[in-house]
Design a protein around this ligand. Sequence first.
Ligand code: UFG
Length: 329
Amino acid sequence: MAVLVTGGAGYIGSHTVAALAERGEEIVVIDNLEQGHRDAVISGKLYVGDLRDESFVEGVFKENNIDAVIHFAANSLVGESMTNPGKYYHNNVYGTLCLLEAMNKHGVKSIVFSSTAATYGEPENVPINESDRTVPTNAYGETKLAMEKMMKWFDTAHGIRYVSLRYFNAAGAHESGRIGEDHTPETHLVPIVLQAALGKRSHISVFGDDYATEDGTCVRDYIHVSDLADAHLLAVDRLRRGEASAIYNLGSGQGFSVKQVIDIARAVTEREIPVVLEQRRSGDPAVLIASSEKARTELGWKPKRDKMEDIIRSAWQWHLSKPEGYGDR
Ligand code: UFG
């Protein structure tokens, strides 16, 4: 039986493909390569196409003996989702509907879903629990929440069980050095800081230092991408055991401010990283920290690479060896 990974050429998708390969799973990847990279798919059979293309998806399900799906394929830029929400509803929500319809048609009953801390919006508690209120402050988070809810109703009606994994801030790169983070445009803090260390950017802009945090900059919960990947395999195992649908936060439970991240990156890289203070970025909550107790207890998930220095070092090794990323943009 094969695991279908949609968006398997993307950052977290490609690390999950690598983890599936390491334990000998048969892997089928669908990616439209709008954001993903062909070279990021280091194992499995890659089908280049779009989930909204019914006959394409039909072909993939017919040609392969798929028993579980891990669904990453989506647009994920918060800023873009605010200026072009239609794109997010069309690709993320409608794309998921097409996938679920195909799964239902072909009797595939298990899906692991790539969700996000953005489903919570401004947190009511720190750390955030899965039962806390979900009021997204951006269209990206709203579409991810809509996708989760769609899966709930497909479970009720058709018995397609899901595990939704709400990630906090993914960072780092695979230990092999073969895959890592390469977004165009890049908006995430860690790669931008490291690009500044490499001299590929003149500086890192710090978006606001007047938040109600210790040093005034935003605090986030950073988690190594390979630890996220491991959680997807545990979620597949849970569904294969026939257990019920569930939602889990994935984070380290530790918060680091923007300034702390920059300082750690300076220590790891031993390079200068010039900083320019800018206005707050709209929609940024001051503090986002996960409680991942539920994932630890129910999935048996335990992040292995939980030192921030090590996370940044693994990202730095990737940036040093591949300063142009995959070089396909
Ligand atoms: N930041 C800067 N300068 C930059 C980039 C980021 O100061 O050049 C700051 C941001 O303001 C934020 C922190 O660094 O405070 C982290 O920003 P990222 O863009 O790396 O990550 P976010 O926390 O904004 O985004 C993450 C996920 C999204 C998800 C979001 C939920 O990457 O997918 O959390 O809020 F939607």
